[in-house]
Design a protein around this ligand. Structure first.
Ligand SMILES: *[C@@H]1O[C@H](CO)[C@@H](O)[C@H](O)[C@H]1NC(C)=O
Ligand SMILES: *[C@@H]1O[C@H](CO)[C@@H](O)[C@H](O)[C@H]1NC(C)=O
Ligand SMILES: *[C@@H]1O[C@H](CO)[C@@H](O)[C@H](O)[C@H]1NC(C)=O
Ligand SMILES: *[C@@H]1O[C@H](CO)[C@@H](O)[C@H](O)[C@H]1NC(C)=O
Length: 521
């Protein structure tokens, strides 16, 4: 049957279905209808790509389907006997574009229908890009479960008709590998769960004051600032992370935070410090500082292909600039005070990043101090409070929302309900300005987390924000509590998939309070 005819048939069948109720999908799709028929998922479920511009032997799709099969089975031996009817035999994936370059703004939408008529029974996925198809497979995996009576994988409430697309193009999660080193397997586990929650940007805050774990080929002594010889990433490791993320529809936003938060740079190159006794911010008076930044961003541009790079720019305490004689002299010679020098540093660094093809993200202090001077391509990253986004978009710049009172995962007293209810468009009414809010990001700062507790600190709270960023505002729960049972099931699903998501009740990363089933914790 031609795809168009199938789709038409799907709509006719759906017309007779009951309305959406009790749909256990996280994040909630844009539109869902379903029926009441139970289907059995064939052990030999096959993927086909009839009518697609993207074939099923290309790695991104092939691997995604294999992972989906693993998620459906969850290590159970589906050893029951398949019945003769209502067996779902395949998934047909129609992708309209042969291109699979992942970048900011790529089309992530999809439609999926799972009918109860036709031979063989199959799920039909339609998407503009393979990344939309990946999202569809995530949704599909959430509809299936292992049944202990039939000992088969089942799918309830067919037929299904789902139309879905993200509300915001930027749905981020920050990890911080400078305060504590995170092993590669830990980072990959975070990326896996991001894909389950349909988050699409891993913001990698790679280096900071305390350590410089990544290899920079242009300046090979920079990672002398790592905590130890083994707490490091080679450039090949970084390439591996970017590829791993890409195959799951997740972009990697790399950050170097300058001129503050950069003390570790001077371990290998002490001339980047104002002096041996006053080590931060980076020496603004020394051209070598900018030569090194240029080298780093040049190396980054070969690995981190996301359109955006993050240049930090927050919490700059300029005391060392005035306390160091040669910098003080340079300031005088150039008729700058420390605020001018801060601006000069940020703007000069922006120019370097742009010369390597990037658009720049900077923390909001840069906007708060000299917003009108920032490059027009700047994306301002909010963190301090809730009121800067309206100012940023009114000034015509793009914005990412991460207000710390609601979206900082290291604030253990911010509950999942706080994460869910934080609205990025708060106080922004003009549709043109709303479009400049490209999305939001939850931040897992690393001072008090490492590989031993990062997963339960991130999940399930990051998933609560993920629904806020994915689902159309009119379909969000008006009161977070009415989403409790659905999020609770999703968090149990994360546990089943090997992600150490914490119970919902209590503060972030709380332990289970008393004996009981997973969904009641
Ligand atoms: C999904 O179906 C709708 C019609 O209901 C159509 O407008 C849209 O383009 C389809 N999206 C995709 C990704 O195929
Ligand atoms: C940097 O580390 C290398 C070995 O990895 C060592 O030979 C060199 O002396 C170190 N340099 C500094 C300035 O610490
Ligand atoms: C440092 O770089 C700036 C800008 O390129 C240039 O104007 C200045 O002459 C350089 N200073 C030195 C000491 O080379
Ligand atoms: C720095 O100088 C600028 C003028 O160049 C002035 O507007 C600003 O108030 C000064 N800032 C401080 C902290 O002195």
């Amino acid at each position: 049957m031609a795809p168009a005819l199938r789709l038409l048939l799907a709509f006719l069948v759906i017309g007779s279905c009951i309305a959406a109720d009790h749909v256990d999908i996280w994040p909630m799709p844009k539109s869902v209808t379903h029926g009441t028929q139970r289907l059995y998922v064939s052990k030999d479920l096959v993927m086909s790509t009839a009518g697609s511009m993207y074939s099923d032997d290309r790695a991104i799709l092939k691997d995604a389907f294999q992972r989906t099969m693993d998620l459906l089975k969850l290590n159970h031996a589906a050893d029951g006997t398949e019945p003769s009817s209502y067996v779902l035999k395949g998934v047909n994936v129609v992708v309209r574009s042969p291109e699979d370059e992942l970048n900011f703004g790529v089309d992530e939408s999809y439609n999926m229908s799972i009918l109860t008529v036709g031979e063989p029974l199959h799920a039909q996925i339609e998407a503009q890009t393979v990344y939309g198809a990946l999202n569809a497979l995530q949704t599909f995996s959430q509809l299936c479960y292992f049944d202990f009576t039939s000992r088969l994988i089942e799918l309830n409430s067919a037929p299904w008709m789902i139309t879905d697309a993200p509300r915001f193009p930027y749905r981020g999660l920050l990890i911080d590998t400078a305060r504590h080193y995170l092993p590669l397997t830990t980072i990959k586990g975070v990326i896996d769960a991001m894909a389950y929650s349909k988050l699409n940007v891993l913001h990698w805050h790679i280096v900071d004051e305390q350590s410089f774990p990544i290899e920079i080929p242009s300046y090979p002594r920079l990672w002398n600032g790592s905590y130890s010889y083994s707490e490091r990433y080679t450039m090949s490791d970084a390439i591996d992370i970017v590829r791993y993320a890409e195959k799951r529809g997740v972009n990697v936003l790399a950050e170097i935070d300058v001129p503050g938060h950069a003390l570790s740079w001077g371990v290998g190159y002490p001339s980047l410090w104002p002096s041996d006794s006053c080590k931060e911010p980076l020496d603004v008076s020394n051209n070598f500082t900018f030569t090194v930044i240029d080298g780093i961003l040049s190396d980054f541009s070969k690995v981190f292909k996301f359109k955006l790079v993050h240049l930090g720019g927050d919490e700059v305490n300029t005391r060392c600039w005035t306390a160091t004689p040669h910098i003080k002299e340079w300031l005088n010679d150039n008729h700058m005070n420390v605020s001018d020098a801060y601006r000069y540093f940020v703007l000069r660094t922006q120019k370097i990043a742009i010369s390597h093809g990037y658009d720049v993200v900077n923390w909001e202090e840069t906007f708060n101090h000299f917003g009108e001077k920032l490059d027009r391509k700047t994306v301002v990253h909010n963190w301090l409070g809730g009121d800067v986004a309206p100012k940023v978009v009114a000034a015509g710049l793009r914005c990412i929302v991460s207000n710390q009172d609601k979206w900082y995962l290291d604030h253990l007293d911010a509950t999942w309900e706080d994460f869910y209810m934080n609205e990025p468009l708060e106080g922004i009414h003009d549709p043109e300005q709303q479009r400049l809010v490209i999305g939001g990001e939850v931040c897992m700062w690393g001072e008090q987390i490492d590989a031993s507790d990062i997963e339960q600190t991130i999940w399930p709270r990051a998933a609560a924000a993920a629904e806020r960023l994915w689902t159309p505002v009119e379909k969000l729960a008006e009161d977070a509590r009415s989403a409790t049972s659905r999020l609770s099931r999703f968090r149990c699903l994360l546990n089943q998939r090997g992600i150490a998501a914490a119970p919902l009740a209590g503060d972030g990363r709380t332990a289970p309070y008393e004996p009981g089933p997973c969904v009641r914790q």
